[in-house]
Write a protein that binds this ligand. Structure first.
Ligand code: CA2
Length: 141
């Protein structure tokens, strides 16, 4: 089983600022933690992070016919991007939406998620652990 771990804008800044919201762990810490989880589950991961909407759409399209699942934290594009919604619908790959914080309890504009309707599950407010939970969900564990 092959899973794409996709992160959107500013998630490469994890651990650098706003630790009260996003914690102290870095993007590299996140990837290491997920790789260990994947090894235990016997699945193969590919990691990709971009600050650019089109690059994220390209990554979703590249996954077509190659990946069995996608774990995506679209960052701020969650609340704006019809293009990411359409890309996930277009490829038809089971996709889990993850958020480190719980956007529904923050500013009202964060309560809107365009991508949610194309996702098989949404996991929010569990910190980085949410990504591992998403991985296990896709593996049926
Ligand atoms: O809670 C989440 O995971 C979010 O997807 C994170 C996005 C935010 O726009 C969403 O509403 C919720 C922002 C990611 C920015 O990450 C930062 C990391 C360190 C310092 C500043 C921002």
């Amino acid at each position: 089983m092959r899973i794409l771990i996709l992160n959107g804008p500013n998630l490469n800044m994890l651990g650098v600022r706003e630790p009260e919201i996003y914690g102290h762990e870095t993007y590299d810490d996140l990837c290491s933690m997920l790789q260990k989880e994947a090894d235990a589950l016997g699945v193969s991961l590919e990691f990709y992070q971009s600050n650019h909407e089109g690059a994220l759409v390209d990554a979703i399209q590249r996954a077509y016919g190659v990946m069995d699942g996608i774990v995506i934290n679209p960052g701020a594009y969650t609340h704006t991007s019809v293009a990411l919604l359409d890309a996930v619908k277009a490829v038809g790959i089971p996709t889990v939406e993850v958020h480190i914080s719980d956007p529904d309890t923050r500013e009202p504009f964060r309560a809107v998620s365009y991508i949610r309707s194309a996702c098989v599950e949404t996991i929010k407010g569990r910190g980085m652990r949410g990504y591992a939970d998403a991985l296990r969900f896709l593996c049926g564990k």
